[in-house]
Design a protein around this ligand. Structure first.
Ligand SMILES: *Cc1c(COP(=O)(O)O)cnc(C)c1O
Length: 608
């Protein structure tokens, strides 16, 4: 499988006749789906959502944990909630809730807005957990959720939150939510997100505070509401060892708290952190464990501690988000331009007479290079280029000479790399040197913020031509005017794409596993907004495009950052009406044209 699909693809896609297809039911190709949407006039990047992949992840996580529970004859239940911070978009959440319904899958909220979302859409009776710092209003919302009949657990992050709950229950004793306690572990995770654990972590109660909390709960006669302890050691855990340590620590705290009288305490919530494999190359794999191993370790470790301490085996909750959401979304963006087109023989401007001798030599090298002499000729060509650039700096050759030299060296390298069976030691370096820059119609800041902010790699590949060898070392440029908006060619994890002629063919790049975190973290840098999205439901006969939501138009984007759109419209209109160069007919026409542009989204349509 090209492009490392065997590492990150999870059998979600197949390659057939050079094209990427969904490995589900009628297995439509990504190209057909994209064409279907583009035929309706939509341009720019497209975010495709595949609800069957949400369902698959939910089935998988419940399946594995229930298998492990059976295997170890574990007596507690497995329960799960989805942490809304990972993806709150309706196009995702509605399908998530539908797929999770048979399992009793719930939601986790970390802010008031997320809690309101959960209170509105979570199925009654499915768990809601609430993490993060909470004020009086947020805790009151917990009481309201309880009145609605929700199974809600407020996980307290500090003693003050507990005090607020105790205060509120004085007036509302019948609707006290279940109480969870986030514990501050001394064992931490192993990933770039692992700040969530550890004794200096942002969240949770240390052992002294735990004892204080139990005392406060006893005093207020609320200890029977304490049902859950919670920890979260960080996202994208690359290794499972720290989790095992954390489980032992949490298991012992669970047993201690029960001994202290918390008889309703019956759940350990292990948070999220289950990693997703994003790697396209085996040298840079993101994790060293499988879901089966993860489930086994958790069930086995908690069972062992419960047995040692002679306490009831607790229910096990997870809040895995990345694992559930990442695979469901694929961003597909058209390539707009290739930047080394200028290095073609057509662009040479060799003089009839008077080319510098070194340039004449370069020209000869280009004409006569072959599989046998390639290595030697490349070295000569690179030497000549150095000398010619020096001559330019000293003023001895002109800009045309320099341009000719650059083109010829580029062509010589390209030709040499096309010879089969020629062993060129510095092949990788040369490929990098003549790399192609693919201008792709998307914004890195909007659609791939974790690449920009954390250096997280995402699988990238073309969706067609997969039966042809890609030959060009590729750098991806986005369309923002920020030099950070680039995925540079990297020798360690090289990306090769096809040589294409955009005059005669379209070429689309797909970015996979963008369903977790990227959408809401995405920022409107340069005022590029969330891309046009569509949900693709695949059945046995084909596919249906549902819930197509267009990327915001230019007025809406400006309205979002609080411009007065009426004022702006008036100004634009006045500027046209007062334009001295235009007659009345022309004014009308310009105004019409302007309004069309303003009603469209800000992504590029085409460069031609
Ligand atoms: C972010 C977060 C999660 C989700 O973590 P993933 O790595 O996406 O599974 C779960 N629980 C809490 C408390 C979180 O803050």
């Amino acid at each position: 499988m090209p492009y490392g699909m065997k590492y990150w693809g999870n059998n979600n896609f197949v390659i057939d006749e050079g094209s990427v297809r969904l490995n589900h039911k009628s297995s439509p190709s990504l190209l057909n789906i994209v064409q279907g949407i583009r035929d309706e006039g939509h341009r720019g990047p497209l975010l495709l959502r595949f609800p069957h992949l949400i369902g698959k992840q939910i089935d998988t996580i419940y399946g594995e944990f229930n298998r492990a529970i059976k295997e170890f004859q574990y007596k507690g239940d497995f329960k799960a909630v989805f942490p809304l911070k990972v993806n709150q978009f309706p196009g995702f959440v509605h399908h998530l809730l539908k797929c999770g319904q048979p399992y009793g899958y719930g939601l986790e909220a970390g802010s008031k807005a997320e809690l309101i979302l959960a209170m509105a859409y979570n199925h009654l009776g499915h768990p809601i957990t609430v993490n993060g710092f909470k004020d009086y209003e947020m805790i009151s919302l917990g009481f309201i959720a309880k009145k609605m009949g929700h199974d809600i657990t407020l996980t307290i992050e500090g003693i003050n939150e507990l005090e607020t709950i105790i205060d509120l229950q004085k007036n509302d004793p019948d609707y006290v939510p279940s109480i969870g306690i986030r514990i501050r572990l001394h064992n931490t995770g192993a990933s770039s997100w692992s700040k969530s654990g550890g004794i200096n972590a942002k969240f949770g109660l240390n052992s002294t505070e735990l004892i204080e909390a139990v005392d406060l709960l006893k005093e207020a006669n609320l200890l029977s509401h304490l049902t859950m302890i919670h920890f979260h050691i960080g996202s994208q855990m690359s290794d499972i060892t720290p989790l095992k340590k954390a489980l032992r620590e949490a298991g012992n705290i669970y047993a201690e708290l029960r001994k202290m009288g918390a008889k309703q305490l019956n759940a350990i919530n292990i948070g999220g952190g289950l990693a997703v494999e994003y790697a396209q190359h085996k040298e840079v794999l993101n994790k060293n464990y499988s879901l089966a191993e993860f489930a086994n370790d958790i069930v086995y470790n908690i069972k062992t501690i419960a047995a040692d301490k002679k306490v009831k085996e607790p229910d096990i909750y997870t809040e895995s988000g990345r694992f559930i959401a990442a695979s469901h979304a694929v961003l597909i963006a058209p390539v707009l331009e290739l930047f080394s087109e200028e290095y073609s023989p057509k662009s040479l401007r060799l003089k009839e007479n008077g080319n510098p001798p070194l340039l004449e030599e370069l020209h000869d090298l280009f004409k006569t290079i072959n599989a046998k002499n390639a290595v030697e000729y490349i070295h000569d060509a690179l030497d000549h280029l150095e000398s010619l650039l020096t001559l330019f700096d000293l003023g001895y050759i002109d800009l045309e000479d320099r341009s000719n030299a650059e083109i010829l060296v580029h062509l010589i390298i390209k030709k040499s790399l096309s010879f089969k069976n020629t062993n060129i030691p510095e092949r990788r370096d040369l490929l990098e040197q003549i790399q192609e820059r693919y201008l792709v119609n998307f914004s890195m800041f909007q659609s791939l913020p974790d690449f920009w902010g954390l250096g997280q790699d995402f699988p990238i590949m073309p969706i067609t031509k997969l039966d042809e060898q890609p030959t060009r070392a590729a750098t991806i440029w986005d369309i923002t005017c920020d030099s950070d908006g680039e995925i540079p060619f990297n020798q360690g994890t090289p990306l090769f794409l096809h040589d294409i002629d955009l005059e005669s063919e379209e070429y689309f790049i797909a970015l996979f596993l963008v369903g977790a975190y990227q959408e809401v973290l995405g920022m409107n840098h340069n005022l590029f907004s969330h891309p046009t999205e569509a949900t693709i439901v695949i059945d046995d006969n084909g596919f249906v495009i549902e819930d197509l939501i267009q990327s915001k138009n230019i007025f809406d984007i400006l309205d979002d950052i609080d411009y007065d759109i009426n004022d702006m419209q008036n100004r634009l209109k006045n500027n046209i009406e007062n334009a001295p160069a235009l007659d009345d007919e022309a004014k009308k026409q310009v105004l019409g044209e302007l309004y069309i542009y303003l009603s469209e989204n800000g992504y590029l349509k085409t460069t031609r």
